[in-house]
Design a protein around this ligand. Sequence first.
Ligand SMILES: CC(C)(COP(=O)(O)OP(=O)(O)OC[C@H]1O[C@@H](n2cnc3c(N)ncnc32)[C@H](O)[C@@H]1OP(=O)(O)O)[C@@H](O)C(=O)NCCC(=O)NCCS
Length: 174
Amino acid sequence: MSRPIDIRRARLADAEFIGRIYDEGIADGNATFASGSHPAEERVAWLTKRPENAPVFCAWDGDTALGWSALAPFSHRPWYAGVAEYTVYVARGARGMNIGSQLLADLVATAPAFGYWKLVGMILSDNDAGLRLAHRHGFGTVGTHQAHATLNGQWRDVTLVERHLVVDPSGHSG
Ligand SMILES: CC(C)(COP(=O)(O)OP(=O)(O)OC[C@H]1O[C@@H](n2cnc3c(N)ncnc32)[C@H](O)[C@@H]1OP(=O)(O)O)[C@@H](O)C(=O)NCCC(=O)NCCS
């Protein structure tokens, strides 16, 4: 099943639902090493501080917010300026309906306009949905960071995925 959505740049007024959906991902224990809750005022500060090359997008069905996505520079080193880390979060009640897929497809399509030539994702290795989403959109697995950080007192592996947006690694320009 696929739900038609609109994907738009996030506004400050979207901070509340962005935080709420983020908190759902944190509570699930498979999405991020972040903890605690992320109320609207904190998300307003997060949105306000983001540079132009770190956009946040929201997915809407009419007035209903379904999810959000973001790009952020992978590194402060200038030679990696074209590499971004992506994030996709879908509201619990809207998962499995192709929303994450539409958000990631949009990031892949939009990222070059923000100066990026590659997207990477850092995905907890037992986050099946996150890994399947990445693989469906042409991301390859680079490898696994073993016991990369702790979450709720447990060491967790992190799988690094990547997709080049400009160059086919086989050598052909795209
Ligand atoms: C990961 C996430 C964004 C996927 O979004 P979604 O809208 O539910 O996913 P879609 O419906 O677009 O499906 C995308 C792929 O994931 C698979 N998938 C969805 N839910 C799944 C689940 N619970 N278990 C295993 N695979 C799942 C789908 O089958 C599909 O793969 P396929 O094309 O090979 O069949 C969503 O589960 C989520 O928000 N999780 C919390 C945040 C997170 O983990 N983000 C990923 C790290 S950035």
